[in-house]
Design a protein around this ligand. Structure first.
Ligand code: TMP
Ligand code: MG
Ligand code: ZN
Length: 189
């Protein structure tokens, strides 16, 4: 029985701490889109310069072709009319306009899959993910493993001193922590 009528769009959000498998999950969903032979495009913000510019890459190195865009406006303008599924990685680095852009794309009948960090290095909501969570039809929270105690982890510990909310990095300056082991800078004794 097919309960999805017409070409209705929707928003899916995949969020969690670093090393929790967000990009991995986005790639998994997009591979199924490929198998279904649907038209898709994947975007990421220009700011994420960790890996090759033409791919989204998970921590365990699986990757899929993507296009870098400077803003949510440029993202919207880059989406082709015939595209059925839009994937977006590192969404926390986009401007606030991303929420409206995702809404518009979903209203146009597209499936929008967005992955990003829900909390920053202090455990504060990382905008615009909270606003996307409020508007999404489907939400997946991914958990990492705490590097200190092995419990499920939903926080990201920054290991270097910096007050910047945006600080691109990997295992060298971040690790996953559970709420018990998480020690945001400034609260350290
Ligand atoms: P990831 O979610 O794919 O692991 O990548 C998260 C990126 O976000 C990584 O480059 C580090 C960066 N980041 C910040 O800029 N500020 C933060 O507060 C945190 C926790 C991560
Ligand atoms: Mg990632
Ligand atoms: Zn822990």
């Amino acid at each position: 029985m097919n309960i999805v009528k017409d070409h209705i769009g929707w928003i899916e959000v995949i969020c969690g701490s670093m090393f929790s498998g967000k990009t991995e999950e986005l790639i998994r969903r997009m591979r199924r889109v490929q198998i279904a032979k649907q038209q898709y495009q994947i975007f990421k913000p220009t700011i994420d310069d960790r890996y090759h510019h033409k791919y989204i890459v998970s921590h365990n190195k699986s990757k899929l072709g993507s296009v870098q865009v400077k803003s949510s406006k440029q993202l919207y303008e880059s989406v082709r009319k015939e595209t059925e599924v839009v994937g977006i990685d590192e969404a926390q680095f986009f401007d606030e306009g991303l929420v409206e852009v995702c809404q518009k794309l979903a209203n146009e009948g597209k499936r929008v899959i967005v992955a990003g960090l829900d909390q920053d290095y202090l455990g504060r909501p990382f905008h615009p993910i909270p606003e996307l969570l409020a508007t999404a039809e489907y939400i997946t929270k991914t958990l990492a493993i705490c590097t200190q105690c092995g419990n499920p982890a939903n926080r990201t510990q920054r290991l270097v001193e910096s007050d910047e909310e945006i600080l691109v990095g990997e295992k060298d300056i971040y690790e996953a922590r559970c709420r018990k082991c998480f020690q945001p800078m400034g609260e350290k004794k």
